[in-house]
Design a protein. Structure first.
Length: 312
């Protein structure tokens, strides 16, 4: 499986090692794989939720959440999205879900515990995502996206366009260093108090960030607006965590822990050769992803370590 051998090869291999009592055709193996996708993903997540030795004992989980894309080798247009949550304190994966590319990244997919802290990039900076975490009695920390999430004054008499915070005007008057202000996220009849954290960088670093954002936008065939280019020179975070326990400095340190899931994605794709899946159909891609995830867990189980640590 890990070498992505053809199912015809699997037929011969399974008989030679005594896994089957007779030669099972490649088509029969394909049918079995397609029918086992849901079970394989359940098995993987069930193993993740089982008690394990971890890096210390912590009652509160800190989950770094992100998603990555996996394409089919013969049909590059068929792209799958792999959603993951990495438990920073336990040093292992906490949750995995595979979906089509049409299922957007979101905290609402997560199975959260009371008191969890979830950390996400700008893709999660949306009212529905933050409210979903709050509804689970958990906390969120995201990279703030002014384009996707309007904020309102905490004491606003009404949630109207006139009461929206002018974040850009606030940024223009900030001194170098860390600043914070209170705000409100509003979605229909729901509202959520949040803290907006702004790191004003030295001009040289800010310009380097803006050039990086311009290059990334150009690679995707887009052009940044003047406002978007201006905001790109700041580090903006939004959180529901209490100021008494989480200072702006600690929040920046926590957000920087996101690098661990980026490394994890890279490791999984390298070890399991998941860059391009040899699948002909969406059902085949889904089943193959699930089988590879189970294989990833078995590899780490044989090594006698907690699975899916990015440093391994």
């Amino acid at each position: 499986m890990l070498s992505h051998a053809s199912l015809r090869d699997v037929s011969v291999w399974s008989r030679l090692i005594g896994l089957t009592s007779k030669v099972i055709s490649g088509q029969a193996w394909d049918n079995r794989l397609l029918g086992s996708a849901d079970w394989l993903l359940w098995l993987f997540n069930a193993r993740l939720s089982a008690p394990k030795g971890s890096v210390g004992e912590h009652s509160q989980r800190i989950l770094v959440v992100d998603a990555t894309h996996v394409s089919c080798r013969d049909k590059p247009a068929d792209t799958w999205r792999l959603h993951m949550a990495y438990d920073v304190l336990a040093g292992r994966l906490a949750w995995v879900r595979s979906s089509t590319q049409h299922v957007a990244e979101g905290f609402a997919h997560l199975l959260l515990h009371v008191g969890d802290i979830v950390v996400g990039d700008g893709a999660y900076s949306r009212a529905k995502q933050l409210l979903a975490v709050a509804a689970a009695q958990a906390f969120s920390l995201v990279r703030y996206s002014a384009a996707h999430l309007p904020l309102y004054a905490p004491a606003a008499p009404a949630w109207t366009q006139e009461q929206r915070l002018d974040v850009l005007a606030w940024l223009r008057i900030l001194p170098p260093g860390l600043s914070e202000r209170q705000a409100m996220v509003v979605e229909q009849e729901h509202c959520l108090p949040v803290r907006l954290i702004a790191l004003v960088l030295p001009e040289e670093q800010a310009e380097a960030l803006r050039r990086q954002k311009q290059r990334q936008a150009g690679d995707k065939g887009r052009t940044l607006s003047p406002d978007a280019l201006f905001v790109a020179g700041f580090v903006l975070l939004l959180t529901t965590l209490a100021a008494q326990s989480w200072s702006p400095v600690r929040l920046l340190e926590l957000y920087r822990a996101r690098w661990q899931i980026e490394v994890l994605f890279k490791r999984i794709k390298q070890v399991l050769s998941m860059h391009l899946l040899p699948a002909q159909t969406p059902q085949g891609a889904q089943a193959l992803i699930c089988a590879l995830l189970v294989a990833w867990m078995l590899i780490h189980r044989r090594r006698g370590r907690a699975p899916a640590s990015p440093d391994e």
